[in-house]
Structures are given as C-alpha cells and as structure tokens.
Design a protein around this ligand. Structure first.
Ligand code: NAD
Length: 342
C-alpha cells in the first residue's frame, strides 16, 4: 500500500476513538485523511483545531445522513478506504432519546454505504480490489453473558439489549448485506469498552475521575457488579489500522483488552490511583480520607447488560495484534492526564 497517495475517509474522526485513530495514522503512516464529522456535542473541538492545521488532514463538518454531501466528498477526495466511526455512542442517551441513534447509526450507515457503493462502481477493477469499507462496531451487539458463559466470538449470535446496541447491530447487518449483495469490500470490527485521555465526560471513567476531583459522588448503577472488558484507545486505533490493511474482506474481527472487571472494582481502582496521585489535592478530602467515599449506589439502568467479555483470538492469531497497555498502565496514563489538565 503506497503511503502518501493512499487516501482514507474517516467518519466520526473528531470523536474519542476517531481522534486516536487520526493521531495514529498521522504518526505511523503518510496517508491523506478526510475527516467527516457532524461535530455533535461528543466531538473533541480542541482536536479539530489541531487537525485543521495538519496538511494531511482535510476536515469537513457534515452529516453522514447527507447523501449529496457524501457524493461530493467521494468524487472530490477519491478515497481508497472508508473507516466508519461516526455514531451516537452513549447508551444512557439512547435510552432517554433513541431517535438520533436510529438516524445516525442506521440511516447514516445506510446512506454512507450507498454513497460508497456508487463511488466504488465507478472505479477500475484494480481500484475496486484495493478499496475497503471498514465499519467500526461494538461488542454490545452480542448482548450479555452470565458469569459462566463462553466469551463472545465472531460467530456469537447478535442479541442487542439497548437502543444503542440495537442500532449498531442493525448497521453491522447492513454492512454485511452490502458485501453479500453488491460485493462491496467490507470489514467489520467489534470492540469492547475503550478508555483513555480525552474521552467525553459522560462516559464512566472520565466521569469517575472528574467527579472525584471536583469532590462529587459518582453514581454506580445497581450493585456495581456489571462486568466489562476495557481497552486503551490507542490499542484500538492500532487494531483498526491492522484490520483495514491486513484483514480479510467480508470478515469481522473482535477486539478486546483482555481486562475483564466489574464496574465497582474499576471505580475503586481509579479512586486508589487518585489517592496516590492527587491526595486531597483538588477537593475537600481531609488528610487520610479516600476518594472511595464518593461511591454512591443508584438504581440500575433499564436493560443493563450484566457482562461483556470478548474473545479476540482471531485478531491475535490471524493479524498478530496485541494490546500494548495493561489496565494498570492505561488507567495510570488516563488518571495522570486528567490530573495534569486541571
Ligand atoms: P464518540 O461519541 O466519542 O464520537 C462519535 C463522533 O461521531 C463524534 O465526533 C460525533 O460528532 C460524530 N457524529 C455523530 N453523529 C454524526 C453524523 N450523523 N454524521 C457525522 N458525524 C457524526 O464515539 P466513540 O467512542 O469515539 O466511538 C466511535 C465508534 O466506535 C462508534 O461507532 C462506536 O459505536 C464504536 N465503539 C465505541 C466504543 C467505546 O467504548 N467508546 C467501543 C466499541 C465501539
């Protein structure tokens, strides 16, 4: 794959994972990037300002549901690949107001697939072989597991629980159908929970850190025993590029952090790190008190999945991917970044 003349359109490139991906591609490749992002509340505007000064990034504010904009962008930028990350991504928001999730995650993906297909059909046979449509999805499409169930593999049947995961499951099905029906060369990846510096404050880890530093309690749903697998966002970015460049067309790849733990244990580990890094530094804690006192159990979220745990043997074996960060090292980097930014 040529470095400087390879062109990737990245939707949702101003979001949490999108920014990590753009940073990864700027650092490790010479590719030309077009970032298409609606810049919703979830976008990282500081990162967008930085992208605007990067000669290799073409930043466009726009909606993946806008078919005529997509047609113009495909015609003008002539991507060799699309990496599709744009989505409404917060489960709580999907429960309170599902409409935007249906619109962006399902209609938006459909609109993007159609624009990609029309463009792909205009390419030469060789260009068609090179072209990839990589859809970035979540392990939440598989539903949840009991403590003793086997891990999610790429062949686990879909059983989404929330409007968010149902909308992502729908988009995965559309992407597969565009491959089977029209031959569009697609790849799908399903990843576990991401974390790292720069994540929107609505998500569990940043919310836990910033609430504690502000001396506020953190609500923990139910008994806090919901189990999640956590992956450092830069490890996800590296995996996405590997899937794009080395993955087999039509295949899906599970990406996981090999870090399963309960939400309560996670919050406790973050508080223990804060006790070390910011002992009473930023809030009203008295000497010797722990941030753990900020844990506040609240009523469980409706339809809350009990356990997600992903088997990522396929990407490890076939594409030789390994996460570089352990949960310990990744959490330390994340908590340090929040402490430093205050
Ligand atoms: P995010 O919410 O931080 O970012 C989403 C980005 O998409 C934002 O910049 C937003 O402005 C943009 N966007 C939203 N609607 C759009 C539209 N209609 N048109 C164009 N842009 C639009 O999300 P994230 O955490 O970075 O997740 C990125 C992708 O990865 C999503 O598809 C998500 O489902 C998936 N994913 C996320 C996680 C996770 O833990 N965060 C895990 C697995 C998979």
């Amino acid at each position: 794959m040529g470095q400087s003349n390879f062109r990737i359109m990245i939707t949702g490139g101003a979001g949490f994972i999108g920014c990590a991906l753009v940073n990864y591609l700027l650092k490790h490749t010479g590719h030309q990037l077009l970032v298409l992002d609606k810049l919703t509340y979830a976008a990282n505007l500081a990162a967008v300002e930085r992208f605007n000064t990067e000669p290799r990034v073409n930043m466009v504010q726009g909606d993946i549901c806008d078919a005529s904009l997509l047609q113009q962008l495909f015609a003008r930028f002539k991507p060799d690949a699309v990496m599709h990350l744009a989505a409404e991504s917060h489960v709580d928001n999907s429960i309170n107001a599902p409409a935007d999730f249906i619109q962006t995650n399902i209609i938006g993906t459909y609109t993007l697939l159609e624009a990609a297909r029309s463009y792909w059909q205009t390419l030469t046979a060789i260009e068609q072989q090179v072209f990839r449509f990589h859809h970035v999805s979540t392990d939440e499409v598989f539903g949840d597991l009991d403590e003793t169930d086997n891990l999610f593999t790429e062949t686990t049947p879909y059983a989404p629980s929330s409007p968010y995961s149902a909308s992502k499951a729908s988009s995965d099905h559309l992407v597969r159908a565009w491959h089977r029906t029209y031959g569009l060369p697609v790849l799908i990846s399903n990843c576990s929970n991401n974390y790292g510096p720069g994540q929107h404050s609505e998500k569990l880890i940043p919310k836990t850190i910033s609430s504690a530093l502000a001396g506020k309690p953190i609500p923990v749903y139910g008994d806090g025993q919901q189990i999640r697998d956590w992956l450092y966002v830069d490890d996800h970015a590296a995996a996405l590029y590997l899937v794009l460049t080395k993955g087999d067309v039509g295949e899906s790849y599970n990406i996981g952090g090999l870090n399963e733990l309960s939400n309560l244990t996670l919050v406790q580990q973050i508080y223990d790190l804060l006790d070390e890094l910011a002992p009473a530094g930023f809030c009203q804690l008295s000497k010797g008190e722990s941030y753990r006192q900020f844990i506040q159990f609240v009523a469980d979220r409706p339809g809350h999945d009990r356990r997600y745990a992903i088997d990522c043997t396929k990407i490890q074996t076939n594409l030789r991917w390994q996460p570089l960060e352990s949960l310990k090292s990744g959490l330390l980097k994340t908590v340090q970044a929040y402490c430093l930014s205050r």
